[in-house]
Design a binder for this molecule. Structure first.
Ligand SMILES: CC(C)(COP(=O)(O)OP(=O)(O)OC[C@H]1O[C@@H](n2cnc3c(N)ncnc32)[C@H](O)[C@@H]1OP(=O)(O)O)[C@@H](O)C(=O)NCCC(=O)NCCS
Length: 245
């Protein structure tokens, strides 16, 4: 199959007409995956485009293919790269990786002092972030700005987040600290080494967090989960550090 080429641009006001399709795709993708999402309006996406705080991708024929935007928190101490979306026909061809690299460069050049972070429920995004130099962290290392967490109100998992005092939820947090970070080669290696474990932990975590919210949760399944989630040695320490259960 012929390799698809994309144009990856910093968005501007000329792209505002794509805001609706971007929002619709974000929502339908989250529904298809059965995961939560902080909903964004077309107005909000357009504002990001006007401010030059977003990256948009097109095919060579001008078909919209992907998007991601920047938010700043805690007086620019933190930058979040959020709302990553690739249009379904163009997935699995490396586009998300290109968009994430571009938004990371834009974040670094615009806010060189800021810590850059993201929240994700997906292993693909964890892999991409690791290749850039992000590492998994607990929620306590993210911005504590109430306005950021208020953005989660529209997510179906918000009740879980609040029940955990904002210390944990379905998403995994990843962070790049310009003053204290590993090299991308190191975080890439670390991801390779632990990816199977991360995948398993994400599943266990989703079960564990959801359990109290399930109507017919039995004592039995709870016992099974805590056994699966609290293995010994190295597994246990990664589990606690990354997923803070
Ligand atoms: C997640 C998403 C952005 C990935 O986009 P994409 O363009 O297909 O990703 P890429 O092709 O750049 O893939 C990056 C890596 O992740 C892997 N990957 C992609 N989708 C994957 C999936 N569903 N499961 C596991 N790995 C996946 C790729 O194989 C690739 O690995 P490689 O470097 O070893 O080849 C896209 O599927 C999407 O828009 N999903 C819906 C919205 C979403 O989940 N956004 C993320 C919110 S945090």
């Amino acid at each position: 199959m012929e390799q698809q080429h994309f144009k990856i641009l910093i968005a501007d006001e000329s792209h505002q007409g794509f805001a609706r399709i971007i929002c619709d795709e974000m929502e339908s993708s989250a529904m298809a995956r059965g995961t939560g999402i902080a909903k964004r309006s077309p107005d909000y996406i357009q504002q990001k485009m006007r401010e030059g705080k977003a990256v948009i991708a097109f095919t060579e024929d001008g078909i919209w293919a992907g998007f991601c935007y920047i938010e700043t928190w805690s007086h620019e101490e933190y930058v979040a790269n959020s709302g990553l979306i690739v249009s379904p026909p163009f997935r699995k061809s490396g586009l998300a990786k290109m968009i994430k690299r571009k938004i990371f460069e834009l974040s670094r050049s615009t806010y060189p002092e800021s810590k850059i972070f993201g929240l994700t429920t997906g292993l693909a995004v964890m892999k991409i972030n690791s290749e850039i130099g992000y590492e998994p962290v607990t929620y306590s290392e993210l911005t504590q700005d109430d306005a950021f967490w208020a953005g989660c109100k529209s997510c179906v998992n918000y009740e879980i987040l609040m029940s955990k005092d904002r210390k944990n939820c379905m998403c995994t947090a990843m962070l790049y600290d310009p003053k204290d970070h590993y090299e991308p080669e190191e975080t890439t290696q670390d991801f390779k080494k632990h990816s199977k474990l991360y995948e398993r932990f994400m599943r266990v975590k989703q079960w564990k967090l959801l359990a109290p919210f399930l109507k017919h949760h039995s004592e039995d399944s709870g016992a099974h989960l805590s056994k699966a989630g609290h293995g010994g040695g190295r597994t246990r320490s990664i589990f606690h550090m990354f997923f803070h259960l």
